[in-house]
Design a protein around this ligand. Structure first.
Ligand SMILES: Cc1cc2nc3c(=O)[nH]c(=O)nc-3n(C[C@H](O)[C@H](O)[C@H](O)COP(=O)(O)OP(=O)(O)OC[C@H]3O[C@@H](n4cnc5c(N)ncnc54)[C@H](O)[C@@H]3O)c2cc1C
Length: 460
């Protein structure tokens, strides 16, 4: 870092919040999976919106690139440096405001973790609509920036549906303030929505006004066996219309379940092994168990396990929630986050399996995900994997089937080269024009979402 830039950063936030020592920076410079890393010239931790603006002004004055990092749980490499950026960490923007009971909302700092916000909200009978296994570290700002999905999309939508307003700082230090005011406002472009999924390329989000949902105190969880994804998906489509308390429909394929049970030394959730395990989770003001059991009773010869108590439900959820951790336990997997149109699930999965088998015959294929949206996390686990070929093959299959090459993890740095598979030339040009207007010098998140040279931006 140049002396001038370091001096300006220290003037903005104080020396205690600027880190240039390589050992102290190291934890910020590598992502959660240990797959992506890069060197930052400095890590800077502003404590409020004015300090964020000063940091960005200082960087703009010196032509320094900036990468924003929240909880660093992102799975596309957008929150770690490509090399040579100032890393702006939102750790200190972690305040959780007073809950507005009348409006059912709360305003929080972008660096507040999902778990902290949920804890405050739940103490008052409210909850955040989105939930993820990374809840203890993932931040609200990061979740907006990636438009996170997670475990309850079928009931509450993705992160963008939870956001009533944001405050954010542009690369030139100017502040967009859409944090307060009525929740209905159609006076011009919805700048709040534009930031959902922006992955740190347009602005640094500093505060978020979140819509909350009522806590539903009673729950029931089931794991069911199916022969095919298509049959499981047909049931889920039916239940989404008829089982009012349903909030999650998660899937784990047989090979993934076998690996988890082997790694964690657990029995299978059902007596016999199954090709497809479906986890259904219901919550309601009154006990949803009878409603869930009645829905399951209509299925002939169904093999299922059901739990209504907290411990039993948590035990069933672990079969799904610990999949990411287990997929990473035997080395770094090739990790893809795709969505397929529901009618094409079985064919899509068969093609993906065949491609993976032929390119990496000794690998384990760990597939799990959010079935209601056709969102499958495809993890290829093994040694010496041909990452580029596997990615090209799987994403090519998904694109030809009309699916999404990144359903909820964003494009980041990891999927930039594949964006044109599902976004047209006109789409990408419109996004690049927006980027060029908001951040003309290309200072924010170079190499994320766009190839640096493709947007006329100069990467490090
Ligand atoms: C075990 C595990 C389970 C997961 N499950 C899910 C899941 O079910 N659904 C899902 O959608 N994701 C899931 N994820 C991925 C991850 O948790 C989400 O992408 C999350 O939204 C990232 O939040 P973060 O604070 O960690 O962001 P980071 O990783 O720090 O950053 C992610 C991106 O957001 C940008 N960003 C962060 N903060 C800001 C800000 N204040 N302003 C502007 N840009 C910002 C970064 O620059 C980067 O591009 C999972 C991850 C793990 C490790």
């Amino acid at each position: 870092v140049t002396v001038g830039l370091e001096t300006a950063l220290v003037a903005a936030v104080g020396s205690a919040h600027v880190t240039t020592d390589p050992d102290l920076r190291a934890g910020y410079e590598v992502d959660w999976m240990g797959r992506r890393w890069g060197t930052a010239v400095a890590v800077v931790r502003p404590g409020n919106v004015a300090e964020v603006a000063e940091v960005l002004l200082a960087c703009a004055a010196q032509g320094a690139h900036v990468v924003v990092q929240g909880g660093n749980t992102g799975l596309s490499g957008g929150g770690v440096p490509g090399g040579g950026e100032v890393l702006l960490s939102t750790t200190r923007l972690s305040q959780v405001g007073v809950l507005d009971r009348a409006m059912g909302e709360v305003t929080v700092g972008a660096g507040a973790s999902l778990a902290d916000v949920r804890r405050v909200a739940r103490a008052e009978g409210w909850d955040v609509g989105v939930d993820l296994a990374s809840r203890d570290s993932a931040t609200i700002g990061g979740m907006v920036a990636t438009n996170a999905g997670g475990l309850r999309v079928l009931r509450h939508g993705t992160m963008k549906a939870q956001v009533r307003g944001v405050r954010a700082v542009l690369a030139d230090g100017s502040v967009i303030d859409r944090l307060t005011g009525p929740s209905k406002d159609s006076s011009g472009y919805d700048l709040t929505s534009l930031l959902a999924g922006s992955e740190g390329t347009l602005a640094v989000i500093t505060d978020v006004r979140l819509r909350l949902v009522p806590v539903l105190p009673l729950g029931a969880t089931a794991i069911l066996r199916f022969d095919t994804l298509g049959r499981a998906s047909t049931l889920v489509r039916r239940l989404v219309g008829s089982l009012g308390s349903l909030q999650s429909a998660e899937v784990v394929l047989g090979e993934a379940m076998d690996l988890l049970c082997a790694e964690l030394g657990r029995p299978l959730p059902l007596t016999d092994a199954a090709p497809v395990y479906l986890l259904l989770d219901c919550e309601a003001a009154d006990d949803p168990t009878p409603e869930l059991l009645a829905a399951l009773a209509e299925l002939d010869g169904l093999d299922a396990v059901v739990a209504s108590d907290r411990t039993g439900r948590a035990r069933l959820w672990e079969y799904r929630e610990r999949q990411s951790e287990v997929a990473g336990a035997r080395g770094t997997p090739v990790k893809l986050d795709v969505a397929l149109p529901l009618p094409g699930l079985d064919n899509g999965l068969a093609s993906i399996s065949a491609a993976v088998r032929s390119l990496a015959p000794d690998s384990v294929l760990v597939v799990f995900g959010h079935l209601a949206e056709g969102n499958l996390h495809v993890n290829v686990v093994g040694a010496d994997l041909p990452t580029e070929q596997l990615t090209a093959a799987v994403l090519g299959i998904v694109a030809s089937a009309g699916g999404s090459i990144s359903a909820e993890h964003g494009i980041g740095r990891a999927k930039v080269g594949w964006l044109p598979l599902t976004r047209s030339v006109a789409d990408v040009a419109a996004m690049a024009a927006l980027k060029g207007a908001w951040d003309p010098a290309g200072l924010l998140a170079p190499g994320v979402l766009f190839e640096s040279q493709g947007t006329g931006l100069s990467g490090p």
